[in-house]
Design a protein around this ligand. Sequence first.
Ligand code: FE2
Length: 330
Amino acid sequence: MSKVLIVDDDRVNRELLAALLEEIGEPTAVAHDGPSCLAQCREDDIGVVLLDIMMPGMDGYEVCRTLKEDPATSLLPVIMVTAHGDREARVRGIQAGADDFLTKPVDSGELLPRVRSALRTHHLIDQTYTVYALAASLSSALEARDAYTHQHANRVANYASRTAEAMGISRRDRQELYLGGLLHDIGKVGIPDAILRKPGPLSLEEYQVIQTHPAIGAHICDTTRGLGSVSRIVLCHHERWDGAGYPNHLAGLDIPRLARIVAVTDAFDAMTTDRPYHRGISVGAACEELKRCRGTQFDPEVVDAFLSADVYDMAREVADALHVRDVLRL
Ligand SMILES: [Fe+2]
């Protein structure tokens, strides 16, 4: 269970806050200065920091800034404890990245809901981050097997996020889409190397084996905690707008919207990168191909949204793809 870290140079204040929190069943840890707070946040299971401002050496602002700049602790909620009516302290606290404020002397009726709400936020962020980290490592496990798809999933996820933004899709759906993009080909872990890495064209039987990867991937997502919501994207990323795709020959709006986005960005990235069976074509030529297949292979709305962005610029940016942590801020 995550602890509330009380940071104060004054022993009486520390003991008072610890007593209030322990009375309501929240486990606590204490730190008497900035450096020991930073060390505990990195090493211990801390869920929220209750931070005093005036401390010798590093003051609360500096501690807060350091926590927010360190990728290992930047998502940890920080509640600053300020003197009553000290508006300037709150402004400086916000600038340092504080998430919330409590006024001294701390009122127990105010302390409980603030701390509980911060712990809930921390728990949610932690869960979400774990899911993204899992998706990223699954996708790099696949890329390690198939060198030709190096960074493919990451680029597909990033193109898809940008396209979805142009379509006005909600933040929550964009996060789901990003996971779906990362994992769209995860079912290829179930395809034998002799087929997956074959440099020449595939026989009909081999192609049928390849076509099982969306269902294998959907099964992996369905049976992995936290990934169930993306299994529809994974299952449907090879469906076509005209119904000629696989595995279920869905057509038009019957194909989940987020899967229609991955279909376009997957095709774009596949066209513009070298594969064992073809040389990559230019960004301009790939855009022409998307236009040609608009309304047959691809959802016209998605193609329009994709092309409405500066595709050259997007391709350059995506080469420098987002990290998992950035996704939480999408
Ligand atoms: Fe695929």
